[in-house]
Design a protein around this ligand. Structure first.
Ligand SMILES: NC(=O)c1ccc[n+]([C@@H]2O[C@H](COP(=O)([O-])OP(=O)(O)OC[C@H]3O[C@@H](n4cnc5c(N)ncnc54)[C@H](O)[C@@H]3O)[C@@H](O)[C@H]2O)c1
Ligand SMILES: [Fe+2]
Length: 389
């Protein structure tokens, strides 16, 4: 067995740990940060959790808060223009996956003359102009620990996957207290994204012993706590478990890659502006059923870890419970079908060919236990459309 292991140099995990931001920068020898965040973090005052400890330590910080959900190349370029004006020595990505991915893409774009479009996979985006520290406020994308950033090319509505060491954060602070204010809908969407990461890493043909360990731990944490975090937003124990679960899921797929669900999800996000976790959730039951018989033992173990199946259930029973459990979870967490979300039937049909081509081109479906061809991906999109919610 041969594999590479990718992870940030340092992870600081725990409630209230964001208060140690200045000390963390000092440990890393950094002192001139640009904080990259979104307007909500500033408007809600959540950004003070970062700014106050820096101010107390006498560290001057500039703030770029123009990031948008599902970030675009336009926003990344605007951020890079700001970089040129000052001698920053690091970026702090503070927020959900969108500000974190924006910070990573800024660091990559500023490292060369290469346009972002030319940095998407299979290009290895290994250079960054400056290191990125990540502080997630959702649980979550796992972006705080991955070597990936996902940026929309606004010219052709493509969600580009950019991968390489340039996108790997130097350090991360995972403080669940920052997630207590996440609204129920976003808790569900981001939590289902994490669950998808763990499950896809677990069944990925690029899995290794390290990613397997992270994926199994993440599935147990998320399976036991996602519903509670959704129904009881102030439940600190559930939020803490979800924050850890999301980060471990990030370490899992950061080292094993994602698979079919993510490959098919990015085009839905790009063309129909569905939040990332939600488009994953729409696909997860159908895509799982598609591959169930190919990797029954793995899917059965996933069902046991998540809590859909009992430890004594045989593989046939447990894997069946996984498919059924994912459907029931979507119903409980209010995940709509594409139609119920408001997507126009003709527009969906018209994009099927292109979405299938973009899904395949991303490379992610090739990691799936059962690898579909273009016609099968189109059929899967059609099956997702027919889901009755
Ligand atoms: N790089 C990776 O490895 C990776 C992996 C998965 C997803 N992604 C990307 O991450 C992005 C999605 O990130 P996300 O799902 O975290 O959503 P997001 O960052 O877009 O945030 C969603 C919404 O939640 C709000 N929010 C965030 N934290 C909050 C808090 N603590 N309290 C209240 N509101 C809060 C935000 O302001 C925003 O309105 C997508 O672009 C997706 O493609 C990246
Ligand atoms: Fe994801």
């Amino acid at each position: 067995m041969e594999f590479n292991l990718f992870a940030p140099r340092l992870l600081r995990v725990g409630g209230g740990k964001v208060a140690e931001l200045a000390a963390l920068l000092a440990t890393l020898g950094l002192s001139r940060p640009l904080l990259v965040t979104d307007p909500f973090m500033v408007g809600s005052g959540l950004v003070r959790r970062c700014l106050d400890p820096l101010a107390r330590a006498g560290i001057e910080v500039a703030v770029f808060s123009d990031t948008v959900p599902e970030p675009t190349d336009t926003v990344v370029r605007a951020g890079v223009r700001l970089l040129g004006a000052h001698a920053f020595d690091c970026l702090i990505g503070f927020g959900g996956g969108s500000p974190i991915d924006t910070a990573k893409a800024m660091a990559i774009l500023a490292s060369s003359d290469r346009p972002l479009r030319a940095c998407k996979v299979p290009y290895a985006a290994d250079r960054a102009a400056l290191p990125v520290i990540t502080i997630p406020t959702t649980a979550g994308t796992g972006s705080e620990v991955t070597r990936f950033t996902v940026i929309t090319d606004t010219e052709c509505d493509e969600k580009m996957l950019i991968a390489g060491l340039g996108a790997l954060p130097l350090a991360a602070i995972v403080d669940y207290e920052l997630t207590l204010s996440v609204p129920a809908r976003t808790t569900a969407d981001t939590g289902l994204d994490s669950l998808t990461h763990a499950l896809e890493a677990w069944v990925s043909c690029r899995a290794n012993p390290y990613s397997d360990a992270q994926a199994l731990a993440a599935m147990a944490l998320i399976g036991a706590n996602l519903r509670t975090a959704f129904h009881e937003p102030a439940n600190a124990a559930a939020r803490e478990a979800m924050a850890l679960g999301a980060t471990l899921a990030g370490l899992a797929f950061g080292n094993a890659s994602v698979a079919l669900v993510h490959g098919m999800s990015r085009p839905i996000g790009a063309h129909f502006h569905v939040p990332h976790g939600l488009s994953n959730a729409m696909l997860l039951p159908v895509a799982t059923r598609f591959a169930l018989a190919t990797a029954r033992g793995h899917y059965a173990e996933a069902a046991r870890r998540i809590g859909f199946a009992a430890p004594a259930d045989d593989d046939e029973t447990a894997s069946g419970r996984l498919a059924d459990g994912l459907v029931a979870l979507n119903v409980e967490l209010g995940v709509p079908s594409p139609r119920a979300y408001g997507i126009d039937a003709a527009a969906w049909e018209a994009k099927l060919e292109l979405m299938a081509e973009q899904a395949l081109a991303s490379g992610s479906p090739a990691n799936n236990p059962r690898v579909p061809d273009k016609a099968e991906i189109i059929a899967l999109y059609q099956r997702v459309w027919a889901v009755n919610t």
